[in-house]
Design a protein around this ligand. Structure first.
Ligand code: BG6
Length: 293
């Protein structure tokens, strides 16, 4: 189907009725629903669906730069480009079970992109919806350049929550983090699960591969499993910053929380011909667990 700008979007469905929608604009997942039709990702009511601006919500991809520490636009250019459908992707060597509905997308740099970031790459993204409703994003980035290059990366995942003050994150306790609100200084998280009572903009470093976001009021827990993505961004703009964002409602910070699987502190370096894989799987369960940890 097409969105308002005539840009293709793909809807994945499973037999139980869960669905996910992926736009060629940014390769962005813009919706993920469970089998009861409940939306699990946040999208702002003020979101602007117009390229090149990235839409406020869903899962924009930050590549090849996270944030504004670098020469590129904030969070890099991948989220503002029009991707293509990859009809003939090379096989994935991950343990991908069958019975999934998926789509493969491809991004290659344009002449313009090469002017600001002179590194040739192929970025393949698979988005898949499993029979249990789990959503997986698998990014494969290959250096097709004669020289090595480095990048940072994040799946900027806007989770929909009932009330931010009732939410907590488990799996980041005792980790070091960089605080974007404080000149990227390094701090150490104290022992407890993370809760929210003011603006948070942090990069937690080298976390375990399973993180749980507990929405107490909805009795819903998001379980994020990641591979190749050591860091976790946690972002909520709270009231003041919300008011400064044109494409975000003043009160919407209460209904969202960004928790990103990311590779930021130590950029990924690829030699010519090398490929990197970063995988994020999202599940929703009715209680808290990251049992394998
Ligand atoms: C977060 C950053 O991940 O993304 C924040 O850490 C930033 O600093 C936020 O404000 C949103 O970024 P943008 O470019 O989508 O408005």
């Amino acid at each position: 189907s097409k969105d308002w700008n005539g840009i293709d979007q793909i809807v994945l469905r499973n037999p139980q009725g869960a669905s996910a929608r992926v736009s060629l604009h940014g390769g962005q997942v813009t919706s993920w629903r469970n089998d009861r039709g409940e939306e699990l990702l946040f999208t702002s009511s003020k979101a602007i669906f117009k390229p090149p601006k990235s839409m406020r919500g869903g899962i924009p991809i930050c590549f090849p730069q996270f944030g504004n520490c670098g020469s590129l636009e904030q969070h890099g250019f991948a989220r503002s480009k029009i991707w293509t459908i990859d009809d003939n992707p090379p096989p994935l060597h991950l343990n991908e079970s069958t019975g999934k509905s998926f789509i493969d997308l491809l991004l290659k740099p344009s002449e313009e992109d090469l002017k600001c970031w002179p590194h040739s790459f192929e970025f393949r993204l698979r988005v898949s919806l499993a029979s249990d409703g789990n959503l997986a994003l698998i990014s494969r980035i290959r250096n097709i350049n004669g020289k090595p290059f480095s990048f940072s990366f994040a799946y900027h995942t806007y989770l929909s929550v009932s009330d931010i003050s009732e939410v907590r994150i488990e799996g980041l306790e005792t980790l070091d983090y960089l605080d974007n609100l404080c000149q990227r200084n390094r701090f150490t998280e104290q022992g407890d699960a993370i809760t929210f009572e003011s603006e948070v903009d942090r990069v937690y470093l080298s976390s375990q591969n399973c993180i749980a976001v507990l929405d107490h009021e909805r009795k819903r827990t998001y379980v994020l499993r990641k591979e190749g993505l050591p860091d976790v961004v946690v972002w909520n703009p709270w009231d003041k910053k919300s008011k400064s964002m044109a494409d975000f409602g003043d009160e919407e910070y209460k209904q969202m929380l960004c928790v990103d699987g990311a590779a930021i502190e130590k950029p990924i370096t690829l030699k010519p011909g090398e490929e990197w894989t970063g995988r994020l799987e999202l599940a929703v369960v009715s209680s808290s667990f990251c049992s394998e940890n």
